[in-house]
Design a protein. Structure first.
Lengths: 440, 372
């Protein structure tokens, strides 16, 4: 489950480049770092050209000059970073020009539980769009989400002449969205207190939607950046939050559904309520040889997916002994679903091992590690890529020979396949040599 | 000379359960997350995936009911996360092909459940009973929920509700009108005006009740199979009732005669389901954490699955929810115990037992288990 944490907010005015933040931050390894920077001025605001610090490489995602007319003008920029080994430190922010009569505000948010692919967080951000306008409802619209489960994230900035007495109430997140934070800074230098605020807010929705919006207390010119985050937690392998008091309620259809109830609790940070569906995957019908592939969803590697494991019963060699040369597996690759927008190729595969029993060369010893006459081979893994089912003839049966050797003579043997993903196992053969039993 | 030493191409025997690789038959297999395909191969399946709803209200959810045959929607009750004495009944149409599914509110009412409600469909009406509160009728066309009441007064509220013949029966009673009676079953019907017409389900007369067993036998499940009613108590006694309530009813206990000290009191209505053949009841046996079936006369366990629960008190009440699907003897049962012979990577606490096409399989459901 992705989480978002505000690491830092920083505001400054009338400063030269670079601005160096004043709080030492220790970013989390493999977490997406999002740094949004607002600048406003009475002229076209400065542009941040570089950000360094904490051992991170900051890459600009968007640069939006959302207001370039009027008394106060605004720019909103977003930078991303991700590192497997960040260091503690401060940020140095380089910008063009001098901030004279200019305000600068930055918010740094760290997001865990998103994809660690790509470089510097590029794999964690599926898409970004920008928008600007003048109203009470800043909004940006994403393209259809690559995966319906991906979070959507919104960054808003505006200049306001005046601010609510309670600064926390300036922004209201859209329905279904969780507000991560909001702020408003104004310049105060001695006896002069400005009326203009540089303000901003962030929100997100863990099960995203294409519309990213919110409401500000008054009409202002605003800028918005909307992101779709890749919710695949590859590092955590789908690790999910644990709730204290959930009870499953099973309902039925022609395929089984598990309608799970979550304890949504009373806090907006509790994991969200979800309706769960459990297989069989509809592609199971397609492997029946139905050339009309289901238009409903099927699974892909980015879904909450658990590979299968298959253990086969022993083959007894009836008094003889065998040595093993390998395992031959026949399998069909599974079709993909157009509606899930799966990439044109996807990885398939499985891992195999052989266990041999009655290995005469092994002896039993009464020690802490008892040797029982069982020999387990090393594992051999088969991986390949398969394309859209529509691109391949049906059934696209394939065969793979896994060279699992067992030179010890065994009296019984069995095969185990693990990490079976995205293939239908049709036939498994154990290949080897039969030897007559040895005489004394 | 290199040769094929062994070949496995028929997987129709299903999961080997407690047999293991040495005693399993040639068509059986171990492991998890594999289902038999229609071509006879084995396909991996995900444990579960979530389907988003367009809203996520706050509050604990107290039960869901798929009104299959009524309107095809899923109804659930959620205690309000913001108001201390309010609950909401929501509904949505489950559709994995079109997400998010849309939630709509059926009703908001003043009550916080203390246990799961029980539901039953009669035509296009869904009846739901809330122990300690009231029973209600949901008009699925109008999406409204009203108190089930009539000229004699409100219907009782209890742990379980079922339709037996033309009459509604509610068991394990607790409400303001009838009081608290763990082992009581109250039935509907205006039997004083015309005993031959019991189908008035708004009529709940004061004397239309009977008790089963000792008064500490808490009735938690009522099910109709064949032409009789099965009542199951919290400690898994099984009673069979035949005849017509109010006139010719007879009841006998067929299982659960000897209660060991510290016996399990963990059974809930959702832990048993009527088989589509309507001739038997599949249920989760808490004493072994495995499946068993009742055909009206005998209780039969499935020996391949389930082991004694380490916690004999059955505190872990989340185990045992089940549903039938597809044809007869096809069901899904949550959180069965499995022996170590079940296969590599088996976690004995998070197993979904599936019987599909006559074949047993185990699904490792970490995703759902993580929410327990």
């Amino acid at each position: 489950m992705p989480t978002a944490t505000v690491l830092m907010r920083y505001a400054e005015g009338n400063e030269n480049s670079p601005i160096v933040t004043d709080t030492t931050i220790t970013p989390t390894a493999n977490a997406l770092q999002l740094l949004q920077i607002s600048t406003n001025d009475s002229v076209t605001p400065s542009t941040v050209t570089a950000v360094t610090g904490c051992g991170l490489t900051w890459v600009e995602v968007a640069n939006l000059l959302y207001d370039d007319v009027g008394v106060r003008r605004g720019r909103l920029q977003l930078f991303r970073a991700m590192s497997a080994a960040p260091t503690a430190g401060v940020l140095s922010i380089t910008f063009t020009g001098q901030i004279s009569n200019e305000e600068f505000a930055a918010q740094w948010v760290e997001i865990t539980g998103v994809s660690t692919g790509g470089t510097n967080g590029s794999g964690a951000i599926v898409q970004s769009v920008t928008a600007s306008g003048t109203s009470t409802t800043p909004s940006a619209t994403l393209a259809p989400l690559a995966t319906a489960a991906n979070p959507s994230y919104g960054i808003f900035a505006l200049n306001t002449n005046g601010f609510p007495a309670d600064n926390d109430d300036a922004f209201t997140a859209a329905s279904g969205y969780e507000e991560i934070g909001e702020w408003g800074y104004r310049k105060e230098d001695g006896t002069t207190v400005a009326n203009w605020y540089i303000a901003g807010a962030t929100e997100w929705k863990k099960i995203g939607s294409t519309t990213v919006n919110g409401t500000y207390y008054a009409s202002n010119t605003w800028g918005a950046i909307a992101l779709e985050l890749d919710g695949t937690d590859t590092a955590g392998a789908g690790a999910l939050a644990t709730l204290a008091s959930d009870v499953p309620y099973l309902t039925s259809n022609d395929r089984y559904e598990i309608a799970l109830c979550a304890d949504r609790g009373t806090s907006t940070t509790d994991p969200e309520f979800r309706h769960w569906y459990a297989g069989p995957p509809l592609w199971g019908e397609a492997v029946a040889g139905d050339a009309s592939y289901p238009t409903q969803y099927t699974l892909d590697e980015n879904s909450l997916y658990t590979p299968g494991s298959l253990e086969l019963p022993f083959q007894d060699f009836k008094g003889k002994e065998a040595t093993i040369q390998g395992v031959y597996v026949e399998f069909n690759t599974r079709p993909s679903s157009i509606s899930e927008s799966i990439a044109s190729t996807y990885p398939i595969g499985f891992t195999a091992s052989v266990q041999g029993y009655g290995v005469p060369n092994y002896s039993r010893t009464t020690t802490n590690s008892l040797t029982t006459g069982v020999h387990t081979s090393t594992t051999v893994t088969y991986t390949a890529s398969a394309g859209y089912q529509a691109d391949e003839p049906w059934p696209n049966t394939r065969g793979a020979f896994l060279p699992i050797r067992m030179d010890q003579r065994v009296k019984k043997a069995r095969v185990t396949l693990t990490d079976i993903h995205l293939v239908e196992i049709v036939n498994v053969q154990l290949i080897g040599d039969i030897h007559p039993p040895r005489t004394a | 000379m290199v040769d094929v030493l062994a070949e496995w191409s028929d997987y129709s025997g299903g999961h080997w359960g407690a047999l293991g690789p040495s005693k399993a038959g040639p068509t059986q297999w171990g492991g998890v997350n594999m289902l038999l395909s229609r071509q006879g191969g084995l396909v991996p399946t995900c444990a579960s995936r979530w389907l988003q709803l367009n809203a996520s209200p706050l509050g604990r959810v107290w039960g869901m009911h798929w009104a299959w045959g009524a309107d095809g929607r899923v109804y659930f009750v959620q205690q309000s996360g913001t108001s201390t004495n309010t609950s909401v009944v929501y509904r949505y149409t489950p559709n994995p092909a079109s997400l998010p599914n849309t939630l709509s509110t059926t009703t908001t009412f003043t009550h916080v459940p203390t246990t799961d409600p029980d539901w039953v469909n009669v035509g296009t009406t869904v009846y739901v009973t809330f122990y300690g509160k009231k029973s209600y009728a949901i008009n699925t066309d109008a999406n409204t929920m009203t108190v089930l009441t009539g000229s004699d007064g409100d219907a009782p509220a209890g742990r379980t509700i079922a339709l037996y013949g033309e009459q509604l029966l509610i068991g394990g009673i607790s409400d303001a009108r009838f009081g608290i009676h763990d082992n009581r079953i109250i039935f509907s019907g205006d039997l004083t005006s015309d005993p031959t017409e019991p189908e008035d389900r708004t009529a709940w007369q004061d004397l239309n009740f009977f008790d089963l067993g000792a008064d500490n036998s808490f009735i938690v499940g009522l099910y109709t199979i064949r032409d009789f009613l099965v009542a199951i108590t919290e400690d898994q006694q099984i009673w069979v009732l035949t005849g017509t309530p109010g006139s010719t009813l007879s009841a006998r206990r067929v299982y659960g005669f000897n209660k060991a000290s510290g016996g399990l009191t963990a059974f809930k209505a959702a832990h048993a389901q009527v088989d589509p053949s309507q001739t038997k009841l599949w249920m989760f046996d808490h004493s072994i954490r495995g499946p068993q079936r009742f055909n009206g006369a005998n209780v039969t366990r499935v020996p391949a699955f389930g082991v004694p629960h380490a916690d004999r008190e059955g505190d872990d009440l989340v185990e045992g929810a089940m549903t039938m699907h597809g044809g007869p003897d096809e069901f899904v049962m949550d959180r069965v115990a499995v022996p170590r012979t079940a296969g590599a990577g088996v976690d004995g606490h998070r197993m979904l037992l599936v019987r599909l096409g006559g074949v047993w399989t185990l699904i490792q459901n970490d995703n759902i288990a993580a929410r327990h």
